[in-house]
Ligand binder design. Sequence first.
Ligand code: G3I
Length: 433
Amino acid sequence: MRSGPVTLLLSAFLCATGCSDSGGEGETGGAGATSGTAGTTGGTGGATGVTSGVTSGTGGATGVTSGVTSGTGGATSVASGSGGAGGGTGGAGGAEARVPAASASTMREAGEKANPPILIGAAISGSGLNDNGYKSVAAAEHNYVTAENEMKWNAVEPNAGQFSWGAADNIVNWAVSNRMQVKGHTLVWHNQLPGWASSLSGAAQVEQAMRRHIEGVMGHFKDRVHTWDVVNEAVLTDSDTGVGNPRMRPSVFFNALGEGFLDLAFEIAREQDPTAKLYYNDYSIDALNEKADFVYEMVKGMVERGVPIDGVGFQMHIGPPNNEAGGADVAANLRRFSDLGLEVLISEMDINRCSNQVTAEEQLAYYHDIVEACFQLPKCVGITFWGINDGRSWLNGWSGALCNGQSSQSLLFTDQYQKKETYNKVLDALLGR
Ligand code: G3I
C-alpha cells in the first residue's frame, strides 16, 4: 500500500483516537478461494443483473488459488486462474472469489467475462455525448452509466411537481441503445436542489416533496433504470477527508425529518420498484476512517431495522480535497460492509494529481490496488469512473481540488481519447494481473 501524506496524517489521527486500522484485527485471507467452480447462477443477493450475461472462460478449471493477502488490516483473498466452463447470469452470491477473464482488450470485456461479472461504469455528461470520440470510448469501455448531473433534482424537477426529462432521457436512451445499464443519480441529496426545494420546511412539506420526487423520477425511468443512489452524502465530517466529528449532515431533509429521512426515502423507493437495487452513496468513506465508521454503523442500523437498502457506493474520489486510501484499507472496508449482506460498489472513482499531493507513481498504484480490492470481492458489483477524459473532469474547475487552472490528470483517457498508463493499471487489475 502506498501512503500519501493525507493517508499518513489520517493514520496518525486514527491511532490517536483509538481506532484500529492496521494489523491487529485483520482477517487473514482466510476464505481463500476455491475458484474454478464457476458457473453458479444467480446466487442470492447477486450482482445487479448484468444485461450482457456472462460467458466466462471456456476451457476448464485451472482455478489456481493463491489466497494471498493480509498485510495490514487486510482481508482479501485472491483468486486467479481461468474459471470453469459456464458463467452464470450475474449472481454474486454463490461465488467465493471472482475469477478474471483469461484476456480482454477492453475494460468492458474484462468486466463482462469475469465470473461473476463486474460492471464497468463512467459518469457521462450530456455535452460529452456531442463528441464522437467521447461517445465511442465511453460505449466501448463501459457497460454502466451514471449521469454526471442530468438526473439530479435541479435538472429533473426544476419547478415543484413539474418534471423535465430531456437531458436525462438523452443519456439514458443512449446508454440503453449501447446495452449499458444505468444507475440513477441521485434521488435525495442536499446539493443541486432547486431553490424551491431548498426552502421547504416542516416534516409534512418535506416528506410530500420527497415522495413526489422519488415516485416521479423512478416512475419515469422504471423500464430503463434498475439501480438507484437513493440517498447521497448524508454524513458530514469537519474535514472532507472523512476525519473529525462525524455526524448527520444538516439538510432540508435531515432538518425536517431527522435521521429517519433515510429510512423513509428507501421505503418510498422500494414501494416504487420492488426489484430495483437501492444504494446509499458517499465520499471519503473509502478506507478505514471516522466517516466510514459512522456510515458503517448508520447502514448497519438500517439493515437491522429491515430498511430496504441493497448496497453502498464508495465514491473513491482520491486526492485533494478528499481522502487517500490504499488498496488494503479499501479491501478491508469494502469487506466489512459486504459482510452486512450488502452489495458494495466503487461509484465515482478519480484520482486527483493537482498540487502533487498524489504523485504519478502513487496514482498508478492506487488505481491498480483499489480496483483490485473491488474485483476480488464478488459482492463488489461495479466500478464507475467519474468521467472519461481528463479535460472534462469536474476537479479541474473546482477550487477545493487545488488545480489552479491545471488539469487534474485524474482519469484513464487523454483528451484525444488515448489510453493512459492509469488505464493499463486498471485493466491489469481487472485481469487479475
Ligand atoms: O449548468 C450550469 C450552467 O448553466 C452554468 O452556466 C454554470 C456556471 O457555473 O454552471 C453549470 O452547472 C454546473 C454543473 O456542474 C454542470 O456543469 C455547476 O456550477 C457545478 O457546480 C456542477 O458541478 C457538479 C458537482 O457534482 C456539483 O456538486 C459536477 O459537474 C459533478 O461532477 C459533481 O458530481 C458529484 C456527484 O454528483 C456526487 N459526488 C461528488 C461528485 C463530485 O463533486
